[in-house]
Design a protein around this ligand. Structure first.
Ligand code: GDP
Length: 340
Protein backbone atom coordinates (compact mmCIF):
# COMPACT_ATOMS: atom_id res chain seq x y z
CA UNK A 1 0.00 0.00 0.00
CA UNK A 2 2.22 2.76 -1.21
CA UNK A 3 -0.60 5.28 -0.76
CA UNK A 4 -0.32 4.79 2.97
CA UNK A 5 3.16 6.29 3.01
CA UNK A 6 2.40 9.31 0.90
CA UNK A 7 0.93 11.43 3.68
CA UNK A 8 3.59 10.81 6.27
CA UNK A 9 4.67 13.99 8.00
CA UNK A 10 3.18 16.09 5.21
CA UNK A 11 3.61 19.84 5.62
CA UNK A 12 0.54 22.00 4.86
CA UNK A 13 1.72 22.78 1.32
CA UNK A 14 2.52 19.16 0.62
CA UNK A 15 -0.82 18.17 2.05
CA UNK A 16 -2.59 20.57 -0.30
CA UNK A 17 -0.81 19.19 -3.32
CA UNK A 18 -1.48 15.65 -2.19
CA UNK A 19 -5.20 16.39 -1.99
CA UNK A 20 -5.10 18.13 -5.40
CA UNK A 21 -3.26 15.21 -6.97
CA UNK A 22 -5.78 12.64 -5.75
CA UNK A 23 -8.81 14.80 -6.48
CA UNK A 24 -7.73 15.56 -10.03
CA UNK A 25 -6.71 11.95 -10.57
CA UNK A 26 -10.11 10.66 -9.48
CA UNK A 27 -11.86 13.29 -11.59
CA UNK A 28 -10.04 12.22 -14.72
CA UNK A 29 -10.94 8.59 -14.06
CA UNK A 30 -7.37 7.51 -13.26
CA UNK A 31 -7.96 4.08 -11.71
CA UNK A 32 -4.59 4.01 -9.95
CA UNK A 33 -5.24 7.28 -8.14
CA UNK A 34 -8.82 6.21 -7.45
CA UNK A 35 -7.47 3.06 -5.78
CA UNK A 36 -4.93 5.11 -3.81
CA UNK A 37 -7.61 7.51 -2.61
CA UNK A 38 -9.73 4.57 -1.42
CA UNK A 39 -6.69 3.19 0.38
CA UNK A 40 -6.31 6.54 2.13
CA UNK A 41 -9.97 6.48 3.18
CA UNK A 42 -9.58 2.96 4.51
CA UNK A 43 -6.41 3.75 6.43
CA UNK A 44 -6.40 3.15 10.14
CA UNK A 45 -4.07 6.12 10.51
CA UNK A 46 -6.20 9.14 11.29
CA UNK A 47 -3.99 11.57 9.33
CA UNK A 48 -4.14 9.49 6.16
CA UNK A 49 -7.86 8.83 6.48
CA UNK A 50 -8.31 12.61 6.88
CA UNK A 51 -6.56 13.19 3.55
CA UNK A 52 -8.94 10.69 1.95
CA UNK A 53 -11.90 12.47 3.52
CA UNK A 54 -10.66 15.85 2.27
CA UNK A 55 -10.41 14.48 -1.28
CA UNK A 56 -13.91 13.04 -1.02
CA UNK A 57 -15.29 16.35 0.28
CA UNK A 58 -13.92 18.17 -2.74
CA UNK A 59 -15.51 15.62 -5.07
CA UNK A 60 -18.96 15.37 -3.54
CA UNK A 61 -20.48 17.71 -6.11
CA UNK A 62 -19.43 15.28 -8.86
CA UNK A 63 -21.27 12.34 -7.28
CA UNK A 64 -24.83 11.15 -7.55
CA UNK A 65 -25.21 10.54 -11.26
CA UNK A 66 -24.47 6.81 -11.21
CA UNK A 67 -26.80 3.87 -11.16
CA UNK A 68 -26.25 2.20 -7.78
CA UNK A 69 -26.97 -1.49 -7.96
CA UNK A 70 -26.84 -3.98 -5.08
CA UNK A 71 -26.49 -7.72 -5.63
CA UNK A 72 -26.66 -10.40 -2.98
CA UNK A 73 -26.96 -14.17 -2.86
CA UNK A 74 -25.57 -17.17 -1.04
CA UNK A 75 -22.02 -18.33 -1.87
CA UNK A 76 -21.99 -20.30 -5.10
CA UNK A 77 -25.24 -18.91 -6.50
CA UNK A 78 -23.28 -17.22 -9.29
CA UNK A 79 -22.81 -13.63 -8.14
CA UNK A 80 -19.39 -13.09 -9.64
CA UNK A 81 -20.33 -14.87 -12.88
CA UNK A 82 -23.46 -12.74 -13.09
CA UNK A 83 -21.67 -9.47 -12.30
CA UNK A 84 -18.96 -10.21 -14.82
CA UNK A 85 -21.55 -10.94 -17.54
CA UNK A 86 -23.56 -7.85 -16.62
CA UNK A 87 -20.46 -5.67 -16.36
CA UNK A 88 -19.16 -6.71 -19.79
CA UNK A 89 -22.64 -6.25 -21.27
CA UNK A 90 -22.84 -2.72 -19.87
CA UNK A 91 -19.34 -1.81 -20.99
CA UNK A 92 -20.28 -2.95 -24.50
CA UNK A 93 -23.16 -0.46 -24.30
CA UNK A 94 -20.72 2.32 -23.40
CA UNK A 95 -20.96 2.33 -19.60
CA UNK A 96 -18.11 2.37 -17.13
CA UNK A 97 -18.63 -0.12 -14.35
CA UNK A 98 -17.28 -0.28 -10.80
CA UNK A 99 -17.78 -3.32 -8.58
CA UNK A 100 -17.42 -3.05 -4.81
CA UNK A 101 -17.70 -5.87 -2.33
CA UNK A 102 -19.08 -5.75 1.18
CA UNK A 103 -17.75 -8.72 3.07
CA UNK A 104 -17.34 -8.17 6.80
CA UNK A 105 -16.63 -11.87 7.19
CA UNK A 106 -13.22 -11.46 5.56
CA UNK A 107 -10.48 -12.00 8.09
CA UNK A 108 -7.48 -9.71 7.99
CA UNK A 109 -5.29 -12.57 6.84
CA UNK A 110 -7.24 -12.81 3.56
CA UNK A 111 -9.29 -15.76 2.42
CA UNK A 112 -12.55 -13.87 2.38
CA UNK A 113 -15.60 -15.27 0.65
CA UNK A 114 -15.62 -12.46 -1.89
CA UNK A 115 -12.05 -11.30 -2.03
CA UNK A 116 -10.19 -13.89 -4.03
CA UNK A 117 -8.39 -12.53 -7.02
CA UNK A 118 -9.53 -14.99 -9.66
CA UNK A 119 -13.08 -13.70 -9.57
CA UNK A 120 -14.29 -11.69 -12.55
CA UNK A 121 -11.00 -12.03 -14.35
CA UNK A 122 -12.17 -10.69 -17.71
CA UNK A 123 -14.05 -7.79 -16.20
CA UNK A 124 -11.19 -6.84 -13.90
CA UNK A 125 -8.82 -6.56 -16.87
CA UNK A 126 -11.11 -4.25 -18.78
CA UNK A 127 -10.03 -0.58 -18.80
CA UNK A 128 -13.66 0.54 -18.36
CA UNK A 129 -14.04 -1.49 -15.16
CA UNK A 130 -12.87 -1.01 -11.61
CA UNK A 131 -13.12 -3.77 -9.02
CA UNK A 132 -12.45 -3.30 -5.35
CA UNK A 133 -12.84 -5.91 -2.60
CA UNK A 134 -14.08 -4.71 0.76
CA UNK A 135 -11.57 -3.48 3.30
CA UNK A 136 -10.33 -6.44 5.29
CA UNK A 137 -11.47 -6.90 8.85
CA UNK A 138 -13.54 -4.44 10.76
CA UNK A 139 -17.17 -4.36 11.75
CA UNK A 140 -20.03 -4.43 9.28
CA UNK A 141 -20.74 -0.80 10.15
CA UNK A 142 -17.17 0.20 9.36
CA UNK A 143 -17.02 -1.78 6.13
CA UNK A 144 -20.38 -0.33 5.04
CA UNK A 145 -19.22 3.24 5.69
CA UNK A 146 -16.06 2.72 3.67
CA UNK A 147 -18.09 1.13 0.87
CA UNK A 148 -20.46 4.12 0.73
CA UNK A 149 -17.51 6.48 0.50
CA UNK A 150 -15.90 4.34 -2.16
CA UNK A 151 -19.14 4.33 -4.11
CA UNK A 152 -19.14 8.13 -4.16
CA UNK A 153 -15.51 8.23 -5.28
CA UNK A 154 -16.29 5.81 -8.12
CA UNK A 155 -19.11 8.05 -9.29
CA UNK A 156 -16.81 11.06 -9.17
CA UNK A 157 -14.34 9.05 -11.27
CA UNK A 158 -16.97 8.66 -13.98
CA UNK A 159 -18.16 5.13 -13.27
CA UNK A 160 -21.82 5.49 -14.14
CA UNK A 161 -22.81 2.06 -12.89
CA UNK A 162 -21.61 1.03 -9.43
CA UNK A 163 -22.40 -2.54 -8.39
CA UNK A 164 -22.17 -3.35 -4.69
CA UNK A 165 -21.94 -7.06 -4.06
CA UNK A 166 -22.46 -8.89 -0.81
CA UNK A 167 -22.76 -12.46 0.40
CA UNK A 168 -26.24 -13.32 1.56
CA UNK A 169 -25.23 -14.85 4.82
CA UNK A 170 -25.75 -12.11 7.35
CA UNK A 171 -26.75 -8.56 8.02
CA UNK A 172 -24.73 -7.14 5.18
CA UNK A 173 -27.68 -7.36 2.76
CA UNK A 174 -29.53 -4.73 4.74
CA UNK A 175 -26.46 -2.50 4.72
CA UNK A 176 -26.10 -2.86 0.96
CA UNK A 177 -29.82 -2.34 0.28
CA UNK A 178 -29.51 0.92 2.20
CA UNK A 179 -26.87 2.32 -0.16
CA UNK A 180 -28.25 1.40 -3.59
CA UNK A 181 -31.07 2.39 -5.93
CA UNK A 182 -31.85 -1.16 -7.07
CA UNK A 183 -31.34 -4.25 -4.96
CA UNK A 184 -31.32 -7.70 -6.57
CA UNK A 185 -31.30 -11.08 -4.85
CA UNK A 186 -29.79 -14.00 -6.75
CA UNK A 187 -31.34 -17.38 -6.01
CA UNK A 188 -30.62 -21.02 -6.76
CA UNK A 189 -33.00 -23.03 -8.95
CA UNK A 190 -33.56 -25.63 -6.23
CA UNK A 191 -35.54 -23.07 -4.36
CA UNK A 192 -37.74 -24.70 -1.76
CA UNK A 193 -35.21 -24.81 1.03
CA UNK A 194 -33.78 -21.46 0.18
CA UNK A 195 -36.90 -19.45 0.82
CA UNK A 196 -36.93 -20.91 4.28
CA UNK A 197 -33.21 -20.56 4.80
CA UNK A 198 -32.99 -17.03 3.49
CA UNK A 199 -34.48 -14.42 5.71
CA UNK A 200 -37.81 -13.23 4.43
CA UNK A 201 -36.61 -9.74 5.24
CA UNK A 202 -34.04 -9.89 2.44
CA UNK A 203 -36.67 -10.82 -0.13
CA UNK A 204 -38.74 -7.88 1.06
CA UNK A 205 -35.87 -5.53 0.28
CA UNK A 206 -35.52 -6.79 -3.29
CA UNK A 207 -36.37 -4.81 -6.41
CA UNK A 208 -35.89 -8.02 -8.40
CA UNK A 209 -35.43 -11.69 -7.64
CA UNK A 210 -33.14 -13.49 -10.06
CA UNK A 211 -33.19 -17.27 -10.33
CA UNK A 212 -29.78 -17.98 -11.80
CA UNK A 213 -28.46 -21.18 -13.42
CA UNK A 214 -31.68 -21.51 -15.42
CA UNK A 215 -29.91 -23.74 -17.93
CA UNK A 216 -29.30 -27.41 -18.73
CA UNK A 217 -30.83 -29.82 -16.29
CA UNK A 218 -31.76 -27.04 -13.92
CA UNK A 219 -34.00 -25.18 -16.36
CA UNK A 220 -37.23 -26.79 -15.18
CA UNK A 221 -36.34 -26.42 -11.53
CA UNK A 222 -35.64 -22.74 -12.19
CA UNK A 223 -39.07 -22.30 -13.75
CA UNK A 224 -40.71 -23.94 -10.76
CA UNK A 225 -38.71 -21.70 -8.47
CA UNK A 226 -39.89 -18.67 -10.43
CA UNK A 227 -43.52 -19.68 -9.88
CA UNK A 228 -42.90 -20.12 -6.19
CA UNK A 229 -41.11 -16.81 -5.77
CA UNK A 230 -43.79 -15.01 -7.74
CA UNK A 231 -46.29 -16.35 -5.29
CA UNK A 232 -44.12 -15.37 -2.33
CA UNK A 233 -43.84 -11.82 -3.71
CA UNK A 234 -47.57 -11.56 -4.36
CA UNK A 235 -48.35 -11.94 -0.69
CA UNK A 236 -45.73 -9.43 0.44
CA UNK A 237 -46.18 -5.74 0.81
CA UNK A 238 -43.95 -4.07 -1.82
CA UNK A 239 -41.16 -1.87 -0.48
CA UNK A 240 -41.90 0.81 -3.05
CA UNK A 241 -45.20 2.38 -4.05
CA UNK A 242 -44.10 2.80 -7.65
CA UNK A 243 -42.30 -0.45 -8.36
CA UNK A 244 -43.41 -4.08 -8.26
CA UNK A 245 -40.47 -6.48 -8.06
CA UNK A 246 -40.48 -9.33 -10.53
CA UNK A 247 -38.80 -12.71 -10.75
CA UNK A 248 -36.35 -13.24 -13.60
CA UNK A 249 -34.54 -16.28 -14.93
CA UNK A 250 -30.89 -15.99 -15.93
CA UNK A 251 -28.03 -18.14 -17.00
CA UNK A 252 -25.02 -16.08 -16.05
CA UNK A 253 -22.58 -18.51 -17.70
CA UNK A 254 -24.54 -18.37 -20.96
CA UNK A 255 -25.21 -14.65 -20.68
CA UNK A 256 -28.97 -15.30 -20.91
CA UNK A 257 -31.38 -12.94 -19.21
CA UNK A 258 -28.69 -10.36 -18.48
CA UNK A 259 -30.16 -7.86 -20.93
CA UNK A 260 -33.67 -8.37 -19.49
CA UNK A 261 -32.26 -7.82 -16.01
CA UNK A 262 -30.74 -4.49 -17.03
CA UNK A 263 -34.05 -3.48 -18.61
CA UNK A 264 -35.65 -4.01 -15.20
CA UNK A 265 -33.08 -1.71 -13.62
CA UNK A 266 -33.74 0.97 -16.23
CA UNK A 267 -37.55 0.63 -15.91
CA UNK A 268 -37.46 0.77 -12.12
CA UNK A 269 -35.35 3.90 -12.31
CA UNK A 270 -37.78 5.59 -14.63
CA UNK A 271 -40.75 4.58 -12.44
CA UNK A 272 -39.13 5.77 -9.23
CA UNK A 273 -37.86 9.00 -10.79
CA UNK A 274 -41.30 9.80 -12.18
CA UNK A 275 -42.79 9.40 -8.71
CA UNK A 276 -40.02 11.43 -7.06
CA UNK A 277 -39.10 8.30 -5.18
CA UNK A 278 -35.53 7.95 -6.38
CA UNK A 279 -34.49 11.30 -4.93
CA UNK A 280 -36.46 10.58 -1.76
CA UNK A 281 -34.82 7.17 -1.38
CA UNK A 282 -31.36 8.67 -1.70
CA UNK A 283 -32.17 11.50 0.68
CA UNK A 284 -33.40 9.00 3.28
CA UNK A 285 -30.27 6.93 2.77
CA UNK A 286 -28.02 9.97 3.20
CA UNK A 287 -29.78 11.00 6.42
CA UNK A 288 -29.61 7.47 7.82
CA UNK A 289 -25.93 7.36 6.94
CA UNK A 290 -25.32 10.64 8.76
CA UNK A 291 -27.02 9.32 11.88
CA UNK A 292 -25.15 6.09 11.78
CA UNK A 293 -21.86 8.04 11.61
CA UNK A 294 -22.95 10.17 14.57
CA UNK A 295 -23.92 7.08 16.57
CA UNK A 296 -20.66 5.36 15.74
CA UNK A 297 -18.61 8.38 16.83
CA UNK A 298 -20.61 8.80 20.02
CA UNK A 299 -20.16 5.19 20.92
CA UNK A 300 -16.42 5.37 20.32
CA UNK A 301 -16.19 8.51 22.43
CA UNK A 302 -18.24 6.83 25.17
CA UNK A 303 -16.16 3.68 25.30
CA UNK A 304 -12.87 5.55 25.38
CA UNK A 305 -13.98 8.08 28.01
CA UNK A 306 -11.69 7.52 31.03
CA UNK A 307 -14.53 7.73 33.59
CA UNK A 308 -16.59 5.21 31.66
CA UNK A 309 -13.64 2.93 31.08
CA UNK A 310 -12.97 2.88 34.85
CA UNK A 311 -16.51 1.80 35.71
CA UNK A 312 -17.30 -0.36 32.70
CA UNK A 313 -15.75 -3.68 33.64
CA UNK A 314 -17.15 -3.63 37.17
CA UNK A 315 -20.65 -2.68 36.07
CA UNK A 316 -20.69 -5.25 33.28
CA UNK A 317 -19.75 -7.94 35.80
CA UNK A 318 -22.42 -6.78 38.22
CA UNK A 319 -25.09 -6.75 35.52
CA UNK A 320 -24.03 -10.26 34.44
CA UNK A 321 -24.29 -11.48 38.04
CA UNK A 322 -27.66 -9.73 38.46
CA UNK A 323 -26.31 -7.60 41.29
CA UNK A 324 -27.09 -4.38 39.43
CA UNK A 325 -29.93 -3.85 36.97
CA UNK A 326 -29.00 -2.95 33.37
CA UNK A 327 -30.93 0.30 33.76
CA UNK A 328 -29.06 1.37 36.89
CA UNK A 329 -25.72 0.42 35.31
CA UNK A 330 -26.52 2.36 32.14
CA UNK A 331 -27.43 5.42 34.23
CA UNK A 332 -24.20 5.14 36.21
CA UNK A 333 -22.16 4.91 32.99
CA UNK A 334 -23.93 7.86 31.42
CA UNK A 335 -23.31 9.90 34.57
CA UNK A 336 -19.64 8.99 34.44
CA UNK A 337 -19.61 10.06 30.77
CA UNK A 338 -21.20 13.44 31.51
CA UNK A 339 -18.69 14.14 34.31
CA UNK A 340 -15.93 15.16 31.99
P1 GDP B 1 -20.62 -16.70 -6.20
O1 GDP B 1 -19.95 -17.44 -5.07
O2 GDP B 1 -22.03 -16.39 -5.89
O3 GDP B 1 -19.83 -15.53 -6.68
O4 GDP B 1 -20.70 -17.76 -7.42
P2 GDP B 1 -19.77 -17.92 -8.71
O5 GDP B 1 -20.07 -16.87 -9.72
O6 GDP B 1 -18.36 -18.06 -8.28
O7 GDP B 1 -20.33 -19.28 -9.30
C1 GDP B 1 -20.29 -20.50 -8.58
C2 GDP B 1 -20.33 -21.66 -9.56
O8 GDP B 1 -21.55 -21.66 -10.27
C3 GDP B 1 -19.24 -21.58 -10.61
O9 GDP B 1 -18.77 -22.86 -10.85
C4 GDP B 1 -19.95 -21.04 -11.84
O10 GDP B 1 -19.37 -21.44 -13.03
C5 GDP B 1 -21.33 -21.62 -11.67
N1 GDP B 1 -22.35 -20.79 -12.29
C6 GDP B 1 -22.52 -19.46 -12.17
N2 GDP B 1 -23.56 -19.03 -12.91
C7 GDP B 1 -24.06 -20.12 -13.52
C8 GDP B 1 -25.13 -20.34 -14.44
O11 GDP B 1 -25.86 -19.44 -14.85
N3 GDP B 1 -25.36 -21.63 -14.85
C9 GDP B 1 -24.60 -22.67 -14.42
N4 GDP B 1 -24.89 -23.87 -14.87
N5 GDP B 1 -23.57 -22.49 -13.57
C10 GDP B 1 -23.30 -21.25 -13.12
Amino acid sequence: MSGARDGEGAAPGALRSQIDLHRDGVRTGDRRLLAKTITLLESRRADLAAVGQAVLEELVSYTGSGVRLGITGTPGVGKSTFIEALGLHLIAKGHRVAVLAVDPSSPRSGGSILGDKTRMERLSQHPAAFIRPSPSGGSLGGVAHRTRETLLLCEAAGFDVVIVETVGVGQSEVAVASMVDFFAVLLQPGAGDELQGMKKGVIELADALVVNKADGEQRDAARRARTMYRHALSVMRPASASWRPSVLLTSAVGGEGIDAFWEQVVSQRAALAAAGELAARRADQARAWMWSLVEEALQASFRTHPGVARELRRLEAEVGAQKTSPGAAARALLEAYRRR
